[in-house]
Design a protein around this ligand. Structure first.
Ligand code: SF4
Ligand code: F3S
Length: 111
């Protein structure tokens, strides 16, 4: 099992989650982060750290967000690792809570 980053991270990318992960299993795109499901040790430390409440445990992932499981898995293989916190995206506050931001996702690999 693993934890999964979902829709509300898009355009926010606060990165508080990255700071607490003991195994550095976050991977970074231009406006979203993902968790590598094979590297996550299920410690649950990141979930309460996300100001956007974008992180869920796989077994608590709401039905309408199931597609984020595969998205995390695929993007983690294509994006570079991130191991330290950085500034959120400039409009993070504005985008926090906006629904269905998947069409804003940048950095999708050609697959
Ligand atoms: Fe990292 Fe733990 Fe979060 Fe998995 S649950 S991504 S190991 S902090
Ligand atoms: Fe994204 Fe939340 Fe981490 S907004 S970068 S999952 S702290």
């Amino acid at each position: 099992m693993a934890f999964v980053v979902t829709d509300n991270c898009i355009q926010c990318k606060y990165t508080d989650c990255v700071d607490v992960c003991p195994v550095d299993c976050f991977y970074e795109g231009p406006n979203f982060l993902v968790i590598h499901p094979d590297e996550c040790i299920d410690c649950a430390l990141c979930e309460p750290e996300c100001p956007a409440k974008a992180i869920y445990s796989e077994d608590e992932l709401p039905n309408e967000m199931q597609h984020f499981m595969e998205l995390n898995e695929v993007l983690a293989e294509h994006w570079p690792n991130i191991s330290g916190r950085k500034d959120p995206l400039p409009d993070a506050e504005k985008w926090d809570g906006v629904a269905d931001k998947l069409d804003k996702l940048e950095g999708m690999p050609d697959i």
